[in-house]
Design a protein around this ligand. Structure first.
Ligand SMILES: NC(=O)c1ccc[n+]([C@@H]2O[C@H](COP(=O)([O-])OP(=O)(O)OC[C@H]3O[C@@H](n4cnc5c(N)ncnc54)[C@H](O)[C@@H]3O)[C@@H](O)[C@H]2O)c1
Length: 277
């Protein structure tokens, strides 16, 4: 009998992961920071929300993995420089970058959108992701390895309407940035992938659910587009992120991975079953 080769490794022991947007008042970034730590990584975390950042840091410390925690707005180049400088000074390596934050300051119809809101969405959702990717690449290139995970959106692949235009445009751009970086740095041992969430039960969505207008009109539309029949939960993204960060995904590069319960797979006119007669 031949001996089976060992399974590719999913554990992140010895790796250093930076998660931006990891504050505990947020949703997906918070879950990913805790999840990567549970998989063995040492964490650096950043957010603009001081209390949320401190809460995540405390949770990580309770898990036995006290992080480097730093206030940083990813849209501000000097703050990104200071964040990565702190990782250099206090940890000295970076294996994994996960970009999570987003800005969505107003939800209005495109003809009513204020220029300042358009600029802010570009600054955080696109420029911020690029600045962090660039800073990470500068550390990963000399090391000859690294994994970058950008959080995209189903909204970057299909149109949502209801004031999503600037957000969707930035997410589509992040998807293309992911593919360009993946191709550009594949030969240097660096992989760049994106996770594309769908509607997720985060603190932001929970707040919307308090309003009858949202609960009665928007939620049913969302659920009709989710073949699993439920909203996603932040924890749903942990397994895919650990996979993409780990050696188990060593040949996975430039992938836009929907983690959406089948949302992008379903035609907008599709439904679960043919209705009974
Ligand atoms: N929640 C959803 O339904 C959903 C659906 C599709 C895609 N996404 C994407 O998933 C990601 C996470 O979404 P979420 O709903 O969990 O977000 P969230 O708002 O709950 O959390 C985002 C975190 O980022 C922080 N942040 C905001 N601006 C920042 C900045 N400029 N610099 C640093 N930190 C900043 C916030 O303080 C917060 O802690 C986003 O990229 C979002 O576009 C979410």
């Amino acid at each position: 009998m031949t001996t089976a080769p060992p399974l590719p490794r999913f554990d992140l022991e010895g790796r250093v992961a930076l998660v931006t947007g990891a504050g505990a008042n947020g949703g997906i970034g918070h879950a990913l920071a805790l999840g990567l730590a549970r998989a063995g990584a040492r964490l650096a975390i950043a957010d603009v929300d001081e209390n949320g950042l401190a809460a995540t840091a405390l949770e990580l410390a309770t898990l036995g993995s006290p992080p480097l925690a730093r206030l940083a707005d990813i849209a501000v180049a000097a703050e990104v420089d200071a964040l990565f400088g702190a990782v250099d000074a206090q940890i000295g390596r970076l294996d994994i970058l996960v970009n999570v934050p987003f800005a969505f300051p107003s939800r209005v119809r495109p003809h009513e959108l204020a220029a300042a809101d358009w600029e802010r969405m570009l600054a955080v959702n696109l420029t911020g992701y690029f600045l962090c990717c660039q800073a990470a690449l500068r550390r990963m290139l000399p090391a000859g390895q690294g994994s970058i995970i950008n959080i995209g959106s189903n909204a970057g692949e299909t149109a949502l309407g209801r004031g999503a235009l600037p957000y969707s445009c930035t997410k589509a751009a992040v998807h293309q940035m992911t593919r360009e970086l993946a191709v550009e740095y594949a030969g240097a041992g660096i992989r760049v992938n994106a996770i594309l969430p769908a509607q997720t039960l985060t603190p932001g969505l929970r707040a919307h659910l308090e309003t009858p207008r949202f609960r009665d009109h928007v939620l049913p539309r969302m659920l009709a587009g989710l073949p699993q029949g439920r909203l996603l939960e932040p924890e749903d993204y942990v397994g895919p992120a650990v996979f993409l960060a780990s050696d188990a995904a060593r040949a996975v590069n430039g992938v836009l991975l929907p983690v959406d319960g089948g949302n992008l797979a379903m035609n907008a006119g599709g439904s679960h079953v043919w209705p009974p007669a």
